[in-house]
Design a protein around this ligand. Structure first.
Ligand code: ZN
Ligand code: ZN
Length: 242
């Protein structure tokens, strides 16, 4: 994985002018190295047995990165800029690690070498990435510039996507209304069916209601970003939560 110095240098170089520094930046500089100390656990299920494993850094689940991004919004809406930064930093850590392609089948530790070279290139950020090709790669310039581009994009998105607590509360209410409507529709359909065929509607209705109770409407994600609710992650156990 990229060195701590690399992680932090990418953040500093990619920080957009529209985002305040201060506590937020301090939090990001901490969070961007944190997953190496405090691991996130992902739940892996094979057949019926589930177990928890350390989240893979070089091929992180998208849901994990997105969850930390939403968590950063949650803390910002609540006015806790340091925690917002830490959550955002954790999301960025995985994006950085994911930019480096590893060759697992090689006995030689090739990717350590790539990462040492990336570390030496950080002093040339951001101009080294001007017009440079960037993608998930084991070429140090391409990987570094990919991490830089992803970081810049996520930070800008974070600056642009801010949701106020009032809007968050609105989305929470709207999401709840949608769930109630969906549940009522299932119950009404079951009642209508039961008139003709008693009991035939019971099992599908129960399945439908269960599905609705597990369903997370998009409104809830926006409500979390507004600090109005804390969603449970679906991918496992995060090291940091709201
Ligand atoms: Zn890592
Ligand atoms: Zn890229």
């Amino acid at each position: 994985m990229p060195t701590w110095r690399t992680h932090r240098a990418i953040v500093k170089a990619a920080w957009p002018p529209e985002l305040p520094r201060g506590e937020l930046l301090r939090g990001v500089l901490r969070g961007v190295v944190e997953p190496d100390i405090e691991a996130d656990l992902v739940t892996r299920c094979r057949k019926k047995r589930c177990r928890e494993a350390r989240a893979p850094h070089h091929d992180p689940p998208e849901a994990l990165v997105r969850w930390y991004y939403d968590l950063a919004h949650f803390f910002r809406a609540r006015g806790d800029m340091y925690s917002a930064g830490r959550a955002l930093g954790r999301a960025l850590h995985y994006l950085h690690d994911g930019a480096v392609k590893t060759k697992k089948w090689l006995l030689l530790n090739v990717h350590d070498d790539v990462e040492a070279q990336m570390d030496q290139l950080t002093s040339q950020l951001p101009h080294i990435c001007n017009g440079a090709k960037h993608r998930r790669s084991n070429n140090p310039v391409e990987a570094l510039c990919h991490a830089y581009a992803l970081t810049s994009a996520l930070l800008r998105q974070f600056a642009a996507d801010a949701i106020s607590p009032q809007i968050g509360a609105y989305y929470k209410a709207r999401g709840r209304r949608k769930k109630i409507y969906a549940a009522s529709a299932v119950v009404l359909a079951a009642v209508a069916t039961a008139v003709a065929m008693p009991y035939a509607a019971l099992v599908p209705a129960a399945v439908g209601l269960l599905a609705i109770s597990f369903w997370t409407p998009r409104d809830y994600v926006l409500a979390m970003r507004g600090g109005a609710m804390c969603l449970r992650p679906t991918w496992g156990k995060p090291a940091m939560t709201c």
